[in-house]
Design a protein around this ligand. Structure first.
Ligand code: HMG
Ligand code: MG
Length: 341
């Protein structure tokens, strides 16, 4: 049933939230609630896509394949391994078809890709991708620069893409970028984000990723955003995707987890990444730093940060630059969280 996402319209979920979850959230914020969330956190590793799309040099296909294969063994739930966009728009990922043909797909790991249109869906289908992501934003100017159309038009264009993907039993993620700040329009209101989120859910997407594309958000912005979104959308369908331009990204992840019980985070090994159409934006929050921070805060994760660091260091050699993540810069034996007494 592709268009069965109705909980945001029924009001039932909202009611449940307002009665109990709000109390729990306030208790957590005040330090009186459960210290750790029982659920296992899902890490969506976006380094091979978001990370490599913004590099000035094109990374050789074999290095991309090795990066994905190394990350596959680290315990991340999903790897966004490529992007079926126009090669003119993002030449860095023009070889995504070849990457998907060559990677070793381990059971239990999801391998996904960005798809902007039906042409992209065809390419994804041809190489056996079973999860795709359509992407738009909460601000028109960014959407225009990124995918060459306004938000409304992007939703119209996604309709046949989501329909075709669902018909083929693919899972579909919907990205909403610029959820707190737009590089061209400034501050973005949570109501603008909610409007786009609801349109994507009405199309039939399975999950939503909320993107702080420019990396300017601080925890208070994340609270303002999630206060609007979480009462209306089941949390299990939300992922937070933060870039780390202003050094707030780990704090934003911890805020979303501890105060709103968000359990899925998009991260990139080594902190590589950025959007070529978001001037001034830096890399994604680093997978290894997020894993450390969440484990140190009592979260349950199956990701091995040492394997992520090893993968990041290898791709760092190919990129020939210093990685921005904290953990990749310290000795491996010092990077395991040792636990509070
Ligand atoms: P357009 O120019 O409006 O579309 O681009 P078009 O249909 O006129 O196509 C233009 C050319 O691209 C044509 O080639 C098409 O064939 C080709 P030409 O005839 O001129 O030689 N083309 C394609 N080729 C291969 N695969 C395709 C495809 N589609 C068209 N799928 C379009 C519209 C959306 C295609 C373009 O603007 C585009 O590809 N944009 C992608 C931008 C992008 O990838 N941005 C980065 C990802 S978003 C992001 O990073 C944010 C995120 O991380 C979350 C966050 O941080 O907030 C997700
Ligand atoms: Mg991004």
């Amino acid at each position: 049933m592709p268009f069965a996402n109705t909980e945001h319209r029924t009001g039932l979920y909202r009611q449940a939230w307002s009665k109990e979850a709000a109390v729990e959230r306030r208790m957590m914020r005040e330090g009186n609630g459960p210290k750790a969330n029982a659920a296992v956190i899902r890490i969506v590793e976006v380094g091979p896509r978001d990370g490599l799309q913004n590099e000035s040099d094109v990374v050789p296909t074999e290095a991309k394949v090795a990066f994905v294969d190394a990350l596959s063994k680290s315990g991340v739930a999903e790897i966004e391994a490529g992007s079926f966009v126009s090669p003119r728009a993002v030449p860095q990922l023009a070889d995504s078809d070849e990457v998907f043909r060559r990677i070793e797909r381990l059971p239990g790991v999801i391998y996904s890709a960005l798809v902007p249109n039906e042409r992209g869906l065809e390419r994804a289908r041809a190489v056996g991708v079973n999860k795709i992501a359509v992407f738009t934003a909460a601000s028109d100017l960014f959407t225009q620069r990124n995918i060459n159309c306004a938000i409304d038009e992007s939703i119209k264009r996604f309709r046949p893409v989501v329909f075709g993907a669902k018909r083929d039993d693919m899972t579909v993620r919907g990205y909403v970028s610029t959820v707190t700040h737009c590089p061209f329009e400034g501050v973005v209101q949570p109501s603008q984000v909610l409007d786009v989120v609801l349109q994507l859910l009405d199309l039939g997407v399975d999950e939503i990723s909320l993107g702080d594309t420019v990396g300017k958000a601080a925890p208070r912005d994340i609270r303002k955003l999630l206060d609007e979104i979480v009462p209306r959308i089941n949390r299990s369908r939300l992922s937070l995707h933060v870039h780390d331009t202003c050094g707030m990204a780990v704090a934003n992840v911890l805020t979303a987890w501890t105060e709103y019980s968000i359990e899925a985070f998009d991260t990139a090994a080594g902190g590589i990444g950025g959007c070529p159409y978001a001037p001034g934006a830096s890399g994604n929050v680093a997978t290894e730093d997020v894993v450390y921070a969440l484990k140190a805060s009592g979260a349950s994760l199956v990701v091995d940060e040492h394997k992520v660091i090893a993968a990041a260091r290898e791709i760092g050699k190919v990129l020939n630059r210093r990685l921005s993540s904290r953990l990749s810069q310290v000795q491996t034996e010092q990077t395991a969280y040792e636990g509070a007494a």
